[in-house]
Design a protein around this ligand. Structure first.
Ligand code: ADP
Ligand code: MG
Length: 406
């Protein structure tokens, strides 16, 4: 797939040209304050390179889930300020998405200027199922960069979405993968094809149903697939064990049983569980064997013996993918499993393994538990996108970049 890169665009020449960039600036906000600027920082290299090269940069992005109309709660204003700070240059914010203010500001750009459009999801056509509607919005975006404009796709967190600013614009303009998208795709390709063995996958998080497709796909590829988190209880139940009041997806038990039958030697389940009476930070914790979970208790973390066994598997791995916390890491009493497994992955990475963390909560866990982010080879900015890639799905925002540029 011949996807053109940002370097290709730079060597074609961008000075004085309008370049539309789709970035992922969807950061968590608490009362207007950005609590984790990770995605803004990850977006800087592409924008800086274009601005340095004298492009007139028009950036489009979303924030949260507004209901297809302007809503001050979801304004990109705090993001524009933070982005300007990280870039070390002024970032203008348009008062609308593709309206008169955006148009006037786009026309007024001089070489190297950066304009951020207001939250693209203020326009209902962005996420519309109606192809014609999306195309209209895409055409309005194209108008902002003019006839000789170009499109750079750098929002990895949204490339699994067939949306106007992700997919449709790329059908209208010469298109290029930004630095972030190129880096993420390279990592995922390395995981799926060129990875060195043994290949260990660690999956956790709350729901089996969310991740069933990825479990099914990776069970055929990985040498070991370690399962923890809330999803392990449906697997334990499939083995005939009683799981008390732990998270359980009854409708998935049969599927889990079949997975255990088919891939029993690849799948690894916890042998001990940290249980508590209720889902609360201060509920007294106790460790029990996985086949001795009391009826009136729920499992909120994997136990220390499970951490030891999982760590031993990870110590030999040469390629590791981790998605989903091993327990309710948000409560300190139930964070040890996630921390232990993360440390084992960092240890393997130090010995030369290639390790990738995907998933919003997993990345948050790394930071919250005080682990070094550079202890992993790569922390993906896109949870959903990386999982869909590993499920073997075609990502519309990547597929479209592989089409011929005209
Ligand atoms: P990611 O965002 O990394 O893909 P998920 O969203 O699938 O991860 O899952 C994260 C959530 O799973 C966390 O909020 C964590 O508290 C929860 N979780 C992990 N283990 C358990 C458990 N045993 N019971 C209930 N929830 C759990
Ligand atoms: Mg999550």
């Amino acid at each position: 797939m011949g996807i053109k890169s940002l370097d290709d665009l730079l060597s074609e020449g961008v000075s004085g040209r309008g370049v539309l960039v789709r970035s992922d600036l969807n950061v968590p906000l608490d009362d207007g304050t950005i609590t984790d600027p990770g995605r803004i920082i990850a977006s800087v290299p592409t924008l800086k390179a274009l601005s340095d090269a004298g492009a007139k940069v028009v950036v489009t992005a979303h924030l949260g889930r507004p209901k297809g109309e302007p809503d001050p709660k979801f304004s990109l204003a705090p993001v524009a300020a933070a982005l300007g700070e990280k870039l070390g240059r002024h970032v203008q914010l348009a008062g609308d998405v593709v309206g008169s203010d955006a148009l006037a500001r786009a026309e007024g750009l001089t070489d190297g200027d950066i304009l951020l459009l207001e939250n693209i999801r203020f326009d209902p056509r962005e996420t519309s199922k109606d192809d014609a509607g999306r195309l209209k919005l895409a055409k309005a975006l194209v108008e902002l960069v003019g006839d000789d404009g170009a499109f750079v796709s750098d929002g990895f967190g949204v490339v699994h979405r067939k949306q106007a600013s992700v997919y449709d614009v790329a059908t209208l303009l010469p298109h290029y993968a930004g630095k972030l998208v190129a880096a993420e795709v390279k990592v995922l390709e390395q995981l799926t094809s060129a990875g060195e063995r043994p290949y260990a996958v660690v999956l956790g998080g709350s729901k089996v149903s969310d991740k069933l497709a990825v479990i099914e796909n990776l069970a055929t590829k990985a040498d070991s697939l370690i399962i923890g988190g809330g999803m392990c209880f449906t697997f334990l139940a499939a083995q005939g064990l009683s799981v008390g009041s732990s998270l359980l997806e009854e409708s998935m038990i049969e599927t889990c049983r079949k997975l255990l039958d088919d891939y029993g030697d690849v799948l690894h389940l916890p042998v001990d569980i940290v249980v508590a009476e209720k889902f609360a930070a201060d509920s007294p914790a106790e460790t029990v064997a996985a086949d001795k979970i009391p009826d009136d208790k729920m499992g909120l973390d994997i136990g220390p013996e499970s951490v030891r066994r999982f760590s031993a598997l990870l110590a030999n791995a040469k390629t590791i993918f981790w998605n989903g916390p091993m327990g309710v890491f948000e409560f300190p009493a139930f964070a040890a499993g996630t921390k232990g497994v993360a440390e084992a992955i960092i240890g393997a990475t130090e010995k030369g393994a290639f390790s990738v963390v995907g998933g919003g909560d997993s990345a948050a866990a790394v930071r919250q538990l005080g682990l070094a982010e550079d202890g992993f080879s790569h922390i993906s900015t896109g949870g959903g996108a990386s999982l869909e890639y590993l499920e073997g799905k075609t990502l519309p925002g990547i597929e479209v970049l592989g089409r011929p540029n005209n």
